[in-house]
Design a protein around this ligand. Structure first.
Ligand SMILES: NC(=O)c1ccc[n+]([C@@H]2O[C@H](COP(=O)([O-])OP(=O)(O)OC[C@H]3O[C@@H](n4cnc5c(N)ncnc54)[C@H](OP(=O)(O)O)[C@@H]3O)[C@@H](O)[C@H]2O)c1
Length: 273
Protein backbone atom coordinates (compact mmCIF):
# COMPACT_ATOMS: atom_id res chain seq x y z
CA UNK A 1 0.00 0.00 0.00
CA UNK A 2 1.35 3.39 -1.02
CA UNK A 3 0.44 6.56 0.81
CA UNK A 4 -0.07 9.93 -0.85
CA UNK A 5 0.37 13.37 0.72
CA UNK A 6 -3.21 14.49 0.22
CA UNK A 7 -4.65 17.94 0.93
CA UNK A 8 -8.01 17.93 2.74
CA UNK A 9 -10.90 20.37 2.58
CA UNK A 10 -13.22 20.30 5.62
CA UNK A 11 -11.47 17.01 6.46
CA UNK A 12 -12.32 15.51 3.04
CA UNK A 13 -9.35 14.22 0.97
CA UNK A 14 -9.27 16.48 -2.08
CA UNK A 15 -9.02 13.62 -4.59
CA UNK A 16 -11.23 10.55 -4.40
CA UNK A 17 -12.60 7.74 -6.51
CA UNK A 18 -16.10 7.83 -8.02
CA UNK A 19 -17.85 4.47 -8.31
CA UNK A 20 -20.86 5.05 -10.58
CA UNK A 21 -21.87 2.97 -12.61
CA UNK A 22 -19.62 0.16 -11.38
CA UNK A 23 -21.03 -2.90 -9.62
CA UNK A 24 -19.88 -6.34 -8.48
CA UNK A 25 -16.32 -7.33 -9.30
CA UNK A 26 -15.85 -4.11 -11.34
CA UNK A 27 -16.37 -1.86 -8.35
CA UNK A 28 -14.47 -4.18 -5.99
CA UNK A 29 -11.55 -4.10 -8.44
CA UNK A 30 -11.62 -0.31 -8.89
CA UNK A 31 -11.85 0.45 -5.15
CA UNK A 32 -9.10 -2.08 -4.34
CA UNK A 33 -6.86 -0.56 -7.02
CA UNK A 34 -7.52 3.00 -5.77
CA UNK A 35 -6.70 2.06 -2.16
CA UNK A 36 -3.54 0.27 -3.30
CA UNK A 37 -2.20 3.35 -5.07
CA UNK A 38 -2.91 5.49 -2.00
CA UNK A 39 -6.31 7.09 -2.60
CA UNK A 40 -8.33 7.18 0.61
CA UNK A 41 -11.64 8.77 -0.42
CA UNK A 42 -14.37 6.60 -1.98
CA UNK A 43 -17.68 7.97 -3.29
CA UNK A 44 -20.76 5.74 -3.43
CA UNK A 45 -24.56 6.15 -3.15
CA UNK A 46 -27.67 4.12 -2.44
CA UNK A 47 -28.66 4.86 -6.04
CA UNK A 48 -25.56 3.11 -7.45
CA UNK A 49 -26.56 -0.27 -5.97
CA UNK A 50 -22.91 -0.93 -5.07
CA UNK A 51 -22.58 -0.06 -1.36
CA UNK A 52 -22.26 -3.72 -0.32
CA UNK A 53 -19.54 -4.30 -2.95
CA UNK A 54 -17.73 -1.15 -1.83
CA UNK A 55 -17.96 -2.50 1.73
CA UNK A 56 -16.39 -5.77 0.57
CA UNK A 57 -13.48 -3.91 -1.05
CA UNK A 58 -12.94 -1.79 2.09
CA UNK A 59 -12.77 -4.91 4.28
CA UNK A 60 -10.49 -6.79 1.86
CA UNK A 61 -8.03 -3.88 1.73
CA UNK A 62 -6.80 -4.66 5.25
CA UNK A 63 -6.77 -0.92 6.00
CA UNK A 64 -8.39 0.32 9.19
CA UNK A 65 -11.79 1.77 8.39
CA UNK A 66 -10.64 5.02 10.06
CA UNK A 67 -7.99 5.44 7.34
CA UNK A 68 -10.57 5.61 4.54
CA UNK A 69 -13.02 8.46 3.91
CA UNK A 70 -16.32 7.02 2.67
CA UNK A 71 -19.10 9.17 1.22
CA UNK A 72 -22.60 7.89 0.53
CA UNK A 73 -25.91 9.52 -0.43
CA UNK A 74 -29.56 9.02 0.44
CA UNK A 75 -31.60 8.15 -2.63
CA UNK A 76 -34.46 10.52 -3.64
CA UNK A 77 -36.95 7.69 -3.04
CA UNK A 78 -35.77 7.40 0.59
CA UNK A 79 -35.86 11.08 1.58
CA UNK A 80 -39.33 10.93 3.17
CA UNK A 81 -39.99 10.24 6.84
CA UNK A 82 -40.97 6.60 6.19
CA UNK A 83 -37.67 5.45 4.63
CA UNK A 84 -34.86 7.88 5.52
CA UNK A 85 -33.58 6.25 8.74
CA UNK A 86 -34.04 2.63 7.61
CA UNK A 87 -32.27 3.28 4.29
CA UNK A 88 -29.32 4.88 6.09
CA UNK A 89 -29.13 1.93 8.51
CA UNK A 90 -29.00 -0.43 5.49
CA UNK A 91 -26.24 1.64 3.87
CA UNK A 92 -24.19 1.53 7.07
CA UNK A 93 -24.62 -2.26 7.30
CA UNK A 94 -23.47 -2.60 3.70
CA UNK A 95 -20.51 -0.27 4.16
CA UNK A 96 -19.48 -1.83 7.46
CA UNK A 97 -19.90 1.24 9.66
CA UNK A 98 -20.88 4.89 9.75
CA UNK A 99 -20.21 7.02 6.69
CA UNK A 100 -17.61 9.73 6.99
CA UNK A 101 -19.96 11.93 5.00
CA UNK A 102 -23.67 11.38 4.34
CA UNK A 103 -25.31 13.46 1.60
CA UNK A 104 -28.85 14.11 0.37
CA UNK A 105 -28.34 12.93 -3.24
CA UNK A 106 -30.86 15.24 -4.96
CA UNK A 107 -32.82 18.18 -3.53
CA UNK A 108 -36.06 17.28 -1.73
CA UNK A 109 -39.38 18.78 -2.78
CA UNK A 110 -39.93 22.36 -1.72
CA UNK A 111 -42.58 21.50 0.87
CA UNK A 112 -40.49 18.77 2.57
CA UNK A 113 -37.19 20.68 2.37
CA UNK A 114 -36.62 21.66 6.01
CA UNK A 115 -37.90 18.32 7.35
CA UNK A 116 -35.51 16.41 5.07
CA UNK A 117 -32.50 18.42 6.21
CA UNK A 118 -33.63 17.77 9.81
CA UNK A 119 -33.65 14.00 9.09
CA UNK A 120 -30.06 14.25 7.89
CA UNK A 121 -29.06 16.09 11.05
CA UNK A 122 -30.78 13.39 13.14
CA UNK A 123 -28.78 10.64 11.42
CA UNK A 124 -25.53 12.37 12.27
CA UNK A 125 -26.65 12.82 15.88
CA UNK A 126 -27.45 9.07 16.02
CA UNK A 127 -23.88 8.29 14.93
CA UNK A 128 -24.76 7.07 11.44
CA UNK A 129 -22.37 9.61 9.87
CA UNK A 130 -19.46 11.69 11.05
CA UNK A 131 -20.42 14.63 8.82
CA UNK A 132 -23.32 15.67 6.59
CA UNK A 133 -23.86 17.54 3.35
CA UNK A 134 -25.90 17.76 0.17
CA UNK A 135 -25.60 17.10 -3.53
CA UNK A 136 -27.00 18.85 -6.60
CA UNK A 137 -28.14 21.83 -4.52
CA UNK A 138 -28.39 25.20 -6.30
CA UNK A 139 -27.00 28.34 -4.59
CA UNK A 140 -30.38 29.25 -3.09
CA UNK A 141 -31.03 25.67 -1.90
CA UNK A 142 -27.54 25.54 -0.36
CA UNK A 143 -28.15 28.76 1.60
CA UNK A 144 -31.55 27.50 2.76
CA UNK A 145 -30.22 24.08 3.82
CA UNK A 146 -27.20 25.55 5.62
CA UNK A 147 -29.54 27.85 7.54
CA UNK A 148 -31.68 24.88 8.66
CA UNK A 149 -28.53 22.92 9.57
CA UNK A 150 -27.13 25.80 11.64
CA UNK A 151 -23.96 25.81 9.53
CA UNK A 152 -23.22 22.10 10.03
CA UNK A 153 -23.25 21.04 6.35
CA UNK A 154 -19.69 20.59 5.08
CA UNK A 155 -20.12 19.70 1.40
CA UNK A 156 -22.21 20.16 -1.75
CA UNK A 157 -21.34 17.55 -4.40
CA UNK A 158 -22.20 18.92 -7.85
CA UNK A 159 -21.34 18.59 -11.51
CA UNK A 160 -18.19 20.69 -11.94
CA UNK A 161 -15.81 20.81 -14.92
CA UNK A 162 -14.58 23.38 -17.45
CA UNK A 163 -17.62 23.11 -19.76
CA UNK A 164 -20.07 24.22 -17.03
CA UNK A 165 -20.04 27.68 -15.43
CA UNK A 166 -20.46 27.01 -11.70
CA UNK A 167 -18.96 30.33 -10.54
CA UNK A 168 -22.18 31.31 -8.66
CA UNK A 169 -22.25 27.97 -6.87
CA UNK A 170 -18.58 28.26 -5.92
CA UNK A 171 -19.26 31.73 -4.47
CA UNK A 172 -22.28 30.38 -2.53
CA UNK A 173 -20.19 27.50 -1.20
CA UNK A 174 -17.50 29.88 0.05
CA UNK A 175 -20.13 32.16 1.59
CA UNK A 176 -21.82 29.27 3.46
CA UNK A 177 -18.58 27.56 4.56
CA UNK A 178 -19.20 24.45 2.46
CA UNK A 179 -16.64 22.56 0.33
CA UNK A 180 -17.64 21.85 -3.27
CA UNK A 181 -16.95 18.34 -4.56
CA UNK A 182 -16.78 17.98 -8.35
CA UNK A 183 -18.64 15.02 -9.82
CA UNK A 184 -18.18 14.12 -13.48
CA UNK A 185 -14.97 16.20 -13.24
CA UNK A 186 -13.92 15.09 -16.72
CA UNK A 187 -17.50 15.48 -18.04
CA UNK A 188 -17.12 11.75 -18.83
CA UNK A 189 -14.40 12.62 -21.35
CA UNK A 190 -16.04 15.64 -23.02
CA UNK A 191 -14.01 18.12 -20.97
CA UNK A 192 -10.79 16.77 -22.50
CA UNK A 193 -11.72 17.84 -26.03
CA UNK A 194 -11.62 21.68 -26.31
CA UNK A 195 -8.60 23.07 -28.19
CA UNK A 196 -7.77 25.37 -25.27
CA UNK A 197 -7.27 22.32 -23.01
CA UNK A 198 -5.49 20.25 -25.67
CA UNK A 199 -3.07 23.13 -26.35
CA UNK A 200 -2.21 23.55 -22.66
CA UNK A 201 -1.77 19.77 -22.34
CA UNK A 202 0.70 19.70 -25.26
CA UNK A 203 2.62 22.72 -23.96
CA UNK A 204 2.94 21.23 -20.45
CA UNK A 205 3.54 17.68 -21.70
CA UNK A 206 0.67 16.25 -19.64
CA UNK A 207 -2.58 14.46 -20.56
CA UNK A 208 -5.66 16.67 -20.94
CA UNK A 209 -7.28 14.85 -17.99
CA UNK A 210 -4.54 16.16 -15.66
CA UNK A 211 -5.07 19.72 -16.93
CA UNK A 212 -8.82 19.48 -16.22
CA UNK A 213 -8.38 17.95 -12.76
CA UNK A 214 -5.67 20.49 -11.88
CA UNK A 215 -8.01 23.34 -12.88
CA UNK A 216 -10.58 21.93 -10.40
CA UNK A 217 -8.13 21.26 -7.56
CA UNK A 218 -6.43 24.64 -7.91
CA UNK A 219 -9.77 26.37 -7.20
CA UNK A 220 -10.02 24.58 -3.86
CA UNK A 221 -12.59 22.07 -5.09
CA UNK A 222 -12.59 18.31 -4.36
CA UNK A 223 -12.56 15.94 -7.39
CA UNK A 224 -13.90 12.37 -7.57
CA UNK A 225 -13.11 11.02 -11.05
CA UNK A 226 -14.23 7.45 -11.72
CA UNK A 227 -11.70 5.11 -13.26
CA UNK A 228 -11.18 1.37 -13.43
CA UNK A 229 -7.62 1.75 -14.77
CA UNK A 230 -4.53 1.97 -12.61
CA UNK A 231 -2.63 4.15 -15.12
CA UNK A 232 -5.51 6.63 -15.24
CA UNK A 233 -5.84 6.68 -11.45
CA UNK A 234 -2.08 7.35 -11.13
CA UNK A 235 -2.35 10.14 -13.70
CA UNK A 236 -5.28 11.65 -11.77
CA UNK A 237 -3.12 11.69 -8.62
CA UNK A 238 -0.39 13.53 -10.58
CA UNK A 239 -2.83 16.46 -10.90
CA UNK A 240 -2.05 17.23 -7.26
CA UNK A 241 1.57 17.96 -8.05
CA UNK A 242 1.87 20.79 -10.57
CA UNK A 243 0.43 24.27 -11.07
CA UNK A 244 -1.39 26.04 -13.85
CA UNK A 245 -0.54 29.69 -14.50
CA UNK A 246 -3.22 32.32 -13.80
CA UNK A 247 -3.49 32.81 -17.60
CA UNK A 248 -4.13 29.10 -18.21
CA UNK A 249 -6.65 28.97 -15.33
CA UNK A 250 -8.53 31.93 -16.83
CA UNK A 251 -8.47 30.49 -20.37
CA UNK A 252 -10.01 27.22 -19.10
CA UNK A 253 -12.59 29.05 -16.96
CA UNK A 254 -13.70 31.00 -20.05
CA UNK A 255 -14.92 27.73 -21.64
CA UNK A 256 -17.77 27.32 -19.14
CA UNK A 257 -21.39 28.03 -20.07
CA UNK A 258 -24.61 27.89 -18.02
CA UNK A 259 -26.00 25.05 -20.15
CA UNK A 260 -22.90 22.83 -20.15
CA UNK A 261 -24.43 20.10 -17.96
CA UNK A 262 -23.83 16.42 -18.67
CA UNK A 263 -26.43 15.38 -16.06
CA UNK A 264 -29.74 17.24 -16.14
CA UNK A 265 -32.71 15.13 -15.05
CA UNK A 266 -36.18 16.38 -16.00
CA UNK A 267 -37.22 16.76 -12.33
CA UNK A 268 -34.54 19.46 -11.88
CA UNK A 269 -35.87 21.59 -14.74
CA UNK A 270 -36.26 25.15 -13.47
CA UNK A 271 -34.66 24.36 -10.08
CA UNK A 272 -30.96 25.04 -10.82
CA UNK A 273 -31.25 28.88 -10.17
N1 LIG B 1 -23.95 13.32 -6.89
C1 LIG B 1 -24.37 13.00 -8.09
O1 LIG B 1 -25.53 13.24 -8.48
C2 LIG B 1 -23.39 12.35 -9.05
C3 LIG B 1 -23.68 12.31 -10.41
C4 LIG B 1 -22.76 11.70 -11.27
C5 LIG B 1 -21.58 11.18 -10.76
N2 LIG B 1 -21.33 11.21 -9.42
C6 LIG B 1 -20.08 10.62 -8.85
O2 LIG B 1 -18.97 11.22 -9.52
C7 LIG B 1 -18.13 10.19 -10.04
C8 LIG B 1 -17.38 10.66 -11.27
O3 LIG B 1 -18.25 11.13 -12.27
P1 LIG B 1 -18.53 10.34 -13.64
O4 LIG B 1 -18.17 8.93 -13.48
O5 LIG B 1 -19.90 10.72 -14.05
O6 LIG B 1 -17.59 11.06 -14.70
P2 LIG B 1 -16.00 11.33 -14.86
O7 LIG B 1 -15.27 10.95 -13.64
O8 LIG B 1 -15.90 12.71 -15.38
O9 LIG B 1 -15.64 10.39 -16.07
C9 LIG B 1 -15.44 9.01 -15.92
C10 LIG B 1 -14.79 8.51 -17.21
O10 LIG B 1 -13.50 9.12 -17.33
C11 LIG B 1 -12.53 8.12 -17.61
N3 LIG B 1 -11.28 8.54 -16.98
C12 LIG B 1 -10.98 8.65 -15.66
N4 LIG B 1 -9.71 9.05 -15.47
C13 LIG B 1 -9.18 9.21 -16.72
C14 LIG B 1 -7.90 9.60 -17.19
N5 LIG B 1 -6.91 9.93 -16.36
N6 LIG B 1 -7.71 9.65 -18.54
C15 LIG B 1 -8.70 9.31 -19.41
N7 LIG B 1 -9.94 8.94 -19.02
C16 LIG B 1 -10.18 8.89 -17.67
C17 LIG B 1 -13.08 6.84 -17.07
O11 LIG B 1 -12.70 5.74 -17.87
P3 LIG B 1 -11.60 4.62 -17.42
O12 LIG B 1 -12.29 3.72 -16.44
O13 LIG B 1 -11.29 3.97 -18.73
O14 LIG B 1 -10.44 5.34 -16.83
C18 LIG B 1 -14.59 7.03 -17.21
O15 LIG B 1 -15.06 6.56 -18.46
C19 LIG B 1 -19.11 9.03 -10.28
O16 LIG B 1 -18.43 7.82 -10.46
C20 LIG B 1 -19.95 9.12 -9.03
O17 LIG B 1 -19.27 8.52 -7.93
C21 LIG B 1 -22.21 11.81 -8.56
Amino acid sequence: MTSIAMPKLKGIPQLGLGTYPLRGEDVIGAVSMALEIGLRHIDTAQMYGNEADVGTALRRSGLARSEIYVVTKVDPSNLGKAHFASSVARSMDDLGGPADLLLIHWPPSDDDFEATVDRLITERARGMANAIGVSNFSPSMLRRAQMVAGGSLICNQVEFHPLLDQSKLLAAARETGVALAAYSPLARGKALQPNVIQDIAIRLGRPASEIVLRWIIQQGVIAIPMTTKRENALSNVAALNFELSPEDMAAISALGTRDGRTINPSWMAGRWD
